[in-house]
Structure formats: C-alpha cells, structure tokens
Design a protein around this ligand. Structure first.
Ligand code: HMG
Length: 415
C-alpha cells in the first residue's frame, strides 16, 4: 500500500487537503472551493473529511394530512421533484390525505450457528421475560421514554443457522444503536446460558414492523388535462398502477417516483435514507415479485390512491440532532413526533407518485420535467445566474434542447 495514505485520518485537515490536491492535480481554485466549504462540525461527523457538499433545500406546499396542512422541506438535486410534490399534494388536498401508523418497532436478529433449535426455542420461550430484562438493562434510558423490548421470536433458517428475532419499541429514536446494543447484550447472555455460537447480532433493515399507511381521493375535475376528461385520466392512472403490479421493470420506476419525494424529505429531516430505501424495496418484493408500492383505483367519487410502506426513522438522535437544518426543517413542517413524520413521508410519496403518473399518462414526463430541467442544462454548460432567464427562454423554443444549443445561445448573448 502507498504509505502516503497510511493513517490518513490522523493527519490535519490541511495535510489531507494537500495530499488530495497533489494526487488529483487539483487547481488552486478547486482546492479553495473545497477548503471554503469546511465546517468544523462536519469535520467531526465523518472520517477523512474533505468538504461540505451542499444540496439544494426547498419546500413543497399544499400537503394536507388528517386535516393538518404541512410545508414539506425537501433536499434534492433533481429539478421538478418539488414542483411535482406540490402539484400532487394540491390534487389530493381537496379531500385531504388520511394517514395512520400501523406499527413502530425496530427489529434485530441474533444469528446462531449449529444451535439445537428445539432446545433454543424451549429456552427462549421459558425465559422470555428475563431476555427482555437483559435487553432493556443494556440500554435503560429506553424505558424512561416508554420504549423497550416487546417481542421475541425464533426461526430456523437452515439445518445450521437459527435467527432469534427481537422487536423493540425505540420511542422517538430511530433505534439502530439501541437495538444493536440490546442484541449484543442478549447474545452475551445466551452464550453464558447455553454456550451457543453467535455468528452475528445486528438490526434488520427489513422494517416490516415500522409500517405506515396513507390514502387519498382525487376528484375527476382535478385530473382533467387538455382534451382528456378527468375520468379518462383517472382510468389511465389506474392502468399505470396496475402495470406496476404486473411488471417489475415498471414497478421499479413507479417506486423511484415515490422515493423522489420520500428521500428528499427524509434527508431534509436528517434521517438515514439508506435504511428507508432498503426497507421499502424489500417490502415491495415481499410477495416474491417486486411490485409497485402504491395502488390507484377509479371509484364513483374519483381516483382513490393508497400507499403502505415501512418508514424506519427517528425524530430525535443521530443526524436529526447534529444538523441544525434538520431541526429547523422539523419546525418548518411543524412535526411533533416520529409517528407524525412517518405519516408525512408516506403522504409526500403518494403525492409525488400521483403527479408523476398524471404527467406520464397525459402529456408525457418531458414537458413539465424538462422545462424545469432546462435551468440545470444551462448551468451545466456555463450559463451564469444572470444569463439564466434569457438562456432558458431561448431553450424553450428548441424542440429537444441540448448542450450544443446552450453553447450556441451563450455565444449569441455574449457577443
Ligand atoms: P403543471 O400542470 O404545469 O402545473 O405542472 P400547474 O401550473 O397547473 O401547477 C399546479 C401546481 O403545481 C402549482 O399550484 C404548484 O403547487 C405546483 P399553484 O401554486 O400554481 O396554485 N407547481 C410548481 N411548484 C414549484 N415550482 C414550479 C411549479 N409548477 C407547478 N415551477 C409540473 C408542472 C412539473 C408540476 C407537472 O408537470 C408534474 O407534476 N410533473 C411530474 C414531474 C416529476 O414527476 N418529476 C420527477 C422527475 S421524473 C422521475 O424521476 C419519476 C418518474 O420516472 C416516475 C414514474 O415513472 O412513475 C416520472
């Protein structure tokens, strides 16, 4: 290994930056850009820190859940996501979205190798309360907040491997550290009691015990577009939803549209979006086939949509406490609990999905999305902030705007 990189993490920030600049042959301007976006808090948060990486943060409007109107902070680099979230929320706002947390537990597993399954099952069943006590005592503060170990189950994975599944109420926290501490304590206890061979003890991101469900009804009037009646658009959206049940290729894109909203808001609130992503996609494949998460159906009163999915998040702890912006975003949304945040994330996913599907089955995605994308196209090809309005106005006149068009327009403008 190149010794230059050994103990890289022990070097000062300036030493690290100098090494990277040399290795990557960065210009003085590039080094300066990295160095000026250097917040001391982020330097402590991750290892081998180089620079802050700012992403745009905005708010979606019009979201109404259980009678309460929300502003939804969203962090995303993708144009049209916030517009679409606001658009979908507006269509759903007339009747409002109903939301309900089905369950809010975090699960973990202790994997054992070569254990006698029957003996283990008998032991766990007979000593359930003591097992909960060992778990809770390893993290007593969870009891103060009303949480704690709730359930234990045992599953035979193969002739060799067994999983002991522990479910924990994490209170208002996400609970990842909490459940991992508990699992390691229970593992130690099991080793003492039964001399078992523990392969590992870790939470599962298969968050089927952290489920939330949202539903909404859109009137036909809200859906009419151009020459298409609201009823016709509703039927097309229901068809699109059905295709996402049939075809994993379409389901993947359908769900990406939902996650456009959920991820952007989850990041804004300082949550672990990888945990949400893995939970959501595993849930989408729970029947053995990957399917669309939302379903839309035409009824007499309009288009009815429903979305049930796992949202494993916390309202306190982790990055939610470290990033001042995460706290401000919780305040912008006027959130008071993890359960309410789960409802909001699912609702923005449903709204996002509705807007995307409506665009897809009517005018196509490109008109709305691309007209907002033109700004990034212009910026990516050298337009300055003051040139943007004129460049975008010119690009709108072009059928399929490209980098070449931006360069041509800029050449004209700068003459
Ligand atoms: P429109 O029909 O031109 O909008 O839609 P409108 O002028 O009728 O406005 C309706 C509302 O939308 C507005 O209400 C705003 O709330 C919002 P108002 O405030 O005027 O009373 N809105 C905006 N908000 C902020 N900035 C804007 C803006 N424009 C409207 N500029 C729109 C235009 C782009 C919203 C529409 O075409 C749309 O929703 N398209 C979907 C875009 C989308 O889904 N983008 C995500 C990227 S594509 C993708 O990744 C997912 C996908 O592949 C998923 C899938 O396949 O299922 C599509």
């Amino acid at each position: 290994m190149n010794s230059k990189w050994q103990h890289f993490y022990q070097k000062t920030y300036q030493e690290r930056l100098a090494l990277i600049a040399e290795a990557a042959d960065l210009t003085a301007k590039e080094v300066n850009q990295l160095a000026t976006q250097n917040s001391p808090a982020n330097n402590q948060l991750i290892e081998n820190f180089v620079s802050d990486y700012p992403l745009p943060s905005g708010v979606a409007t019009n979201l109404v859940i259980n009678g309460k109107t929300y502003l939804v902070p969203m962090v995303t680099e993708e144009p049209s996501v916030i517009a679409a979230a606001s658009n979908g929320s507006q269509m759903l706002a007339v009747n409002g979205i109903s939301a309900r947390v089905i369950s809010r537990l975090i699960d973990g597993q202790i994997i054992l190798k070569g254990a006698n399954f029957d003996q283990l099952e008998t032991f766990v069943t007979a000593n359930r309360q003591q097992l909960f006590e060992v778990a809770n005592q390893s993290h007593p503060s969870v009891l103060k907040h009303g949480g704690g170990a709730q359930r234990v189950a045992i599953r035979k994975l193969s002739t060799q491997f067994t999983s002991i599944d522990l479910s924990v109420d994490p209170g208002e926290a996400m609970g990842a550290n909490l459940v991992n501490t508990m699992l390691e304590a229970v593992s130690g206890w099991l080793k003492d009691q039964l001399a078992v061979n523990v392969t590992m003890a870790i939470l599962t991101n298969f968050a089927a015990d952290s489920l939330v469900t949202v539903s909404g009804l859109v009137s036909f009037e809200q859906l009419a577009k151009g020459s298409l009646s609201g009823k016709a658009v509703a039927q097309r959206i229901a068809d699109a939803s059905q295709v996402a049940q049939l075809d994993p290729r379409r389901a993947t894109t359908h769900n990406k549209g939902i996650m456009n909203g959920i991820d952007a808001a989850a990041v804004a609130f300082g949550n672990d979006w990888r945990a949400i992503e893995s939970a959501v996609h595993a849930y989408a494949a729970r029947s053995g086939q990957y399917r669309g998460l939302s379903q839309w159906q035409v009824s007499d009163r309009g288009l009815a949509g429903k979305l049930t999915l796992p949202i494993p998040i916390g309202f306190v702890g982790g990055a939610t406490s470290v990033f001042p912006l995460a706290k401000i975003n919780q305040r912008i949304a006027k959130l008071t609990s993890a359960g309410e945040e789960m409802q909001l994330l699912a609702a923005i996913g449903l709204a996002q999905n509705l807007a995307a599907l409506k665009a897809l089955v009517t005018e196509g995605i490109q008109r709305g999305h691309m007209s907002l994308q033109l700004k990034s196209l212009a910026m990516a090809n050298g337009a300055t902030e003051s040139e943007l309005p004129q460049v975008v106005a010119e690009l709108k006149k072009v059928a399929h705007a490209s980098a070449g068009d931006v360069k041509q327009i800029l050449k004209q403008l700068r003459r």
